[in-house]
Ligand binder design. Structure first.
Ligand SMILES: C[S@@+](CC[C@H](N)C(=O)[O-])C[C@H]1O[C@@H](n2cnc3c(N)ncnc32)[C@H](O)[C@@H]1O
Length: 336
């Protein structure tokens, strides 16, 4: 049997990079916003094309070390801001004709392996999960929220079947002792009715906590809305997602607003029937077998993109309503 030889995994591989380049075509020049700079994989590739310019954002200030090197090399062709992408509309980009806006959601390999961030159930120590520019941690959520709120977070963001049993145990144990990453994993393992041999027992609860701590649902929804607002007609939005909740939001956003339909009662009458986007691919683009062999983390990636057709105000009402139950669950954070 031939074994697949994986390269030593010490760095982050930009996912679906060639596919993204063929969608945004930086070889013809233009300004691009890389909303999730990370290790700079996409930004570096785009900047290889001489007439291109990149404005990059990341909420994790540690990525600014990599961005400083790019700034030295590319000077006026590269800008970086330590900002959340939901605030993309606050960038000073007057007179820039933005050709493409890219979101590569989730976390880089470097962040997952960082024990201080505590994103993974393999880490040891205090519960954290903050990516940067956060107002509370997973420790705060686990120790300060009541039973019903923790249940909602685990149910909606983790789609975890045994959420009630897990929360009951958390509430009992936290009365006696502090819960850290290792003890949370043990609580989850001992609360599960059935063992799943495909994924680690703690996967769904850790996903739920990461989403809640980093307010990933509102980040994505307002990121998409505000990116659409600053993009000129003809520009492209590209999103790479890594779990079904993210993909559900992106799929709805692009599909719903690419239908010819009435959207908002607040719009002027003759603006009510419109298509905000043109969709050329209804199905997501996924990594090739050879990319997955090289970078197994890419296996759950899904890429969707859409081209903006028209400038329309106040289109967002429908997506906010559709995912209201998720936005309300994130709003539990106001109690912390
Ligand atoms: C998967 S990595 C991006 C990797 C990058 N495409 C590359 O090739 O190196 C995701 C990055 O997005 C950042 N991020 C996640 N949510 C964000 C948000 N709401 N606003 C800004 N950056 C965010 C993370 O800190 C992380 O660095």
């Amino acid at each position: 049997m031939n074994a697949t030889i994986l390269p030593e995994k010490t760095k982050h591989y930009p996912v679906l990079l060639n596919e993204i380049i063929s969608i945004i075509t930086p070889q013809y020049g233009g300004t691009f916003i890389d909303c999730t700079f990370g290790q700079g994989g996409y930004s570096k590739k785009i900047l290889e094309y001489a007439n291109s310019k990149v404005i990059a954002l990341d909420r994790d200030n540690e990525t600014s070390k990599i961005s400083s090197n790019l700034k030295k090399k590319f000077e006026e062709r590269f800008f970086f801001e330590n900002k959340k992408f939901s605030q993309i509309d606050q960038l000073k980009i007057k007179n820039e004709n933005i050709k493409g806006i890219i979101f590569d959601l989730g976390y880089s390999y470097t962040q997952i392996k960082d024990p201080e961030k505590g994103l993974s159930f393999d880490n040891k120590g205090e519960l954290n999960m903050r990516l940067g520019l956060n107002s509370f941690s997973a420790h705060d959520a686990i120790h300060r929220l009541d039973q019903r709120d923790l249940e909602k977070i685990f149910k909606f963001f983790g789609e975890e079947k045994d959420y009630k049993r897990i929360v009951k145990k958390i509430i009992n144990i936290r009365k006696k002792t502090t819960i850290n990453t290792e003890s949370l994993v043990k609580i989850i393992e001992s609360s599960k009715k059935k063992r799943n041999f495909k994924i680690h027992s703690a996967t769904k609860i850790f996903q739920a906590l990461r989403i809640f701590v980093n307010q990933e649902i509102s980040e994505l929804i307002y990121g998409l809305i505000n990116a659409t607002k600053i993009l000129k007609p003809g520009g492209t939005i590209v999103v790479v997602t890594f779990h079904s909740l993210e993909d559900k939001i992106v799929k709805f956003f692009f599909k719903n607003f690419s239908k010819n339909k009435s959207v908002s009662r607040y719009l002027p009458k003759n603006d009510k029937n419109f298509k905000l986007f043109k969709l050329t691919n209804k199905k997501p683009i996924i990594p090739s077998i050879s990319e997955i062999e090289k970078n197994p983390q890419s296996r759950s990636a899904k890429l969707r993109f859409a081209i903006k057709k028209k400038d329309i105000q106040n289109f967002e009402e429908e997506i906010i309503k559709k995912f209201d139950y998720l936005l309300k669950t994130e709003n539990i954070s106001k109690k912390l």
